[in-house]
Design a protein around this ligand. Structure first.
Ligand code: UTP
Length: 275
């Protein structure tokens, strides 16, 4: 089944400057855990055992986070604080981490293509760690993998977005297939609100079949001069089938200051046991 999850994490995170000048956006903490750790936990819950991370210059903190720190282990051993490392220790032991660097930041589509060497010829999941998701009864990726088992094609997670915000997203045009599941007939990256084909916006969770790599190789730069995953998915939707899945749960855009603060409040309440 789906055993690998790609984490494109090479972006500059300009919306969060100056915080992201020397720290990867994916390492910003929500309460006491970096964003990317939430993503890895979601992938593990979905049965994934290999995390394939696309990094870039200035992103070494991600590799260090998912590795043992001998000095720290030595310092903390036998003290009352040892329990603070238990969660990350068990996470590190429960999966494999692989990395490759995107040398030039040419967009999300290019980052996914850079991951081909880590994924190979098999279907895989993609998590954009700055989209922090909490599924209703089960994680969003787990919900999507269940759907993949039925239809065996690429799937994008979507949510309803108000018209005034739709220009920030990839937007799908669809036909209804079953409850909360749609067949994608067209996709547009960051449309003007009056040109958006629907109010269903793509968020940072995908299941992709490996033919996406060949399509990405042929995909020309699109919106913002970047190679857009949305454009490649549009081609895939025309060649075969791509589904949009309205997931059950919440999503926080932690690449923006507002979303980050909202997530912090939400997860802090949870941390205190109020949610
Ligand atoms: P974003 O659109 O959020 O871009 O990328 P960004 O650079 O991270 O942030 P801003 O807009 O400048 O604030 C969506 C995802 O794709 C990854 C990012 O790391 C993020 O997870 N990405 C984007 C890459 O890995 N490489 C790229 O060239 C572009």
């Amino acid at each position: 089944m789906i055993k690998k999850c790609l984490f494109p994490a090479a972006g500059y995170g300009t919306r969060f400057l100056p915080a992201t000048k020397a720290i990867p956006k994916e390492m910003l903490p929500i309460v006491n855990k970096p964003l990317i750790q939430y993503g890895v936990e979601e992938a593990i819950e979905a049965g994934i055992d290999t995390m394939a991370i696309i990094t870039g210059r200035g992103k070494r903190a991600i590799e260090d986070h998912f590795d043992i720190s001998y000095e720290l282990e030595h310092q903390i051993k036998g003290t009352s604080k040892e329990y603070l490392l238990e969660e990350i220790r068990s996470l590190i032991n429960s999966c494999t981490f692989t990395y490759t660097r995107q040398k030039e930041m040419k967009g999300l589509g290019h980052a996914v293509l850079t991951g081909e060497v880590l994924i190979g010829n098999e279907p895989f999941a993609v998590i954009l760690a700055d989209d922090l998701c909490e599924g209703e009864n089960e994680g969003v990726l787990k919900q999507m993998i269940e759907l993949y088992k039925k239809y065996r094609c690429s799937i994008v997670a979507v949510m309803e977005v108000e018209k005034e915000h739709i220009h920030k997203y990839g937007v799908v045009e669809t036909k209804n297939l079953e409850d909360d599941v749609y067949i994608v007939s067209n996709m547009i990256e960051k449309p003007k609100s009056e040109e958006a084909p629907s109010n269903l916006a793509v968020i940072g969770r995908y299941i992709l079949t490996p033919d996406i790599f060949e399509i990405l190789k042929e995909t020309k730069p699109g919106a913002g001069g970047e190679i857009q995953l949305t454009d490649a998915l549009k081609t895939q939707a025309q060649n075969s089938m791509v589904l949009a899945y309205k997931f059950k749960g919440k999503r926080f855009d932690c690449g923006s200051v507002e979303g980050f603060v909202e997530a912090t409040n939400y997860f802090y309440n949870k941390f205190l046991g109020n949610n």
